[in-house]
Design a binder for this molecule. Structure first.
Ligand SMILES: Nc1ncnc2c1ncn2[C@@H]1O[C@H](COP(=O)(O)OP(=O)(O)O)[C@@H](O)[C@H]1O
Ligand SMILES: [Mg+2]
Length: 273
């Protein structure tokens, strides 16, 4: 695997256009015998181009089994291995996950978050669309987190996104909405939203923008086993100080809560027997 930039454009064989939007083309093809996914810059203004290059700079120094590695890049192309499977969003569009699957996928996302947070990166756009599932399997081992287009990297200048409200309202922490960059606890809020979505079939706030600006306090009933509710509730707090303080801590709390949920199920079964 090479991560050194290539100056000539990369030519794919069997290239297929997957989609094109806002100055970016997403393509699938074959490069050096490998099935690849390419994000290609085809337009956009100077700021858009800087954001595209920023994504390449962030992702090329990250490495973890639950992340999609950057294989190589040119000025206008980011080349990743093609993940055979589907995004978590595509899976959720077909069915609700079992609680065991939802917890496992969430632990997979948290294992990736532990790694990139340790390397000084806050993702800022964790959501089911940006979680690929290898083979379409809803389990931790299949999780591949993608799309560092909005990420904040402490080792790089962050002027590009400073003060912006970029992100997806349904999964965006209130402080992120207010322009705070680089607080890893914003990602934990998003992960809690993702777990909620996996369990309920929809994210917590029906009027997400209203909730972010403080005009709506409506939250759907907490889904899934009651043992998971305290964690969901704390990780979705407006105040980051009231959330788990790290991805490691959130993963530990989730594992423990899931053990309690399983013990509760067993004791109900024993009582009924
Ligand atoms: N490595 C990959 N292999 C296969 N599909 C991918 C890969 N990375 C992303 N995708 C799919 O393409 C979509 C868009 O990619 P993403 O990196 O999220 O770009 P965007 O900035 O357009 O959101 C994702 O939601 C996912 O469905
Ligand atoms: Mg995306």
């Amino acid at each position: 695997m090479t991560r050194s930039p290539i100056t000539r454009p990369i030519t794919l064989s069997n290239c297929a256009l997957l989609s094109a939007h806002g100055g970016v083309r997403l393509e699938r093809g074959c490069w050096r015998g490998q099935d690849v996914f390419v994000k290609a810059l085809v337009g956009g203004d100077a700021e858009f181009r800087l954001r595209f290059h920023h994504e390449g700079r962030v992702v090329r120094r990250l490495s973890h089994p639950a992340l999609v590695p950057l294989l190589t890049h040119t000025q206008d192309q980011l080349v990743f291995p093609f993940v055979q499977g589907c995004s978590l969003r595509e899976l959720l569009d077909t069915r609700r996950l079992s609680a065991a699957e939802a917890v496992s996928v969430t632990l997979g996302v948290l294992s990736a978050a532990c790694a990139f947070h340790r390397q000084g990166v806050t993702h800022h756009d964790l959501k089911p669309e940006n979680v690929m599932l290898l083979g379409g399997r809803a389990c931790a081992e299949s999780v591949r987190v993608t799309d560092f287009g909005m990420a904040c990297d402490r080792t790089l200048p962050d002027g590009l996104h400073a003060g912006t409200r970029m992100g997806t309202p349904q999964f965006m922490a209130p402080e992120q909405f207010n322009g705070v960059r680089g607080d890893t606890r914003s990602d934990l809020y998003a992960v809690a939203g993702l777990l909620f979505d996996c369990l309920a079939g929809e994210p917590p706030h029906p009027d997400a923008l209203g909730w972010l600006v403080g005009l709506s306090s409506e939250c759907l009933p907490l889904p899934g086993p009651a043992a998971l509710h305290p964690l969901l509730e704390s990780a979705l707090q407006r105040d980051p100080d009231k959330r788990p303080q790290s991805a490691e801590q959130m993963a530990k709390q989730l594992r423990e809560a899931w053990q309690h949920a399983l013990m509760g199920e067993r004791s109900v079964r024993n009582t009924q027997a």
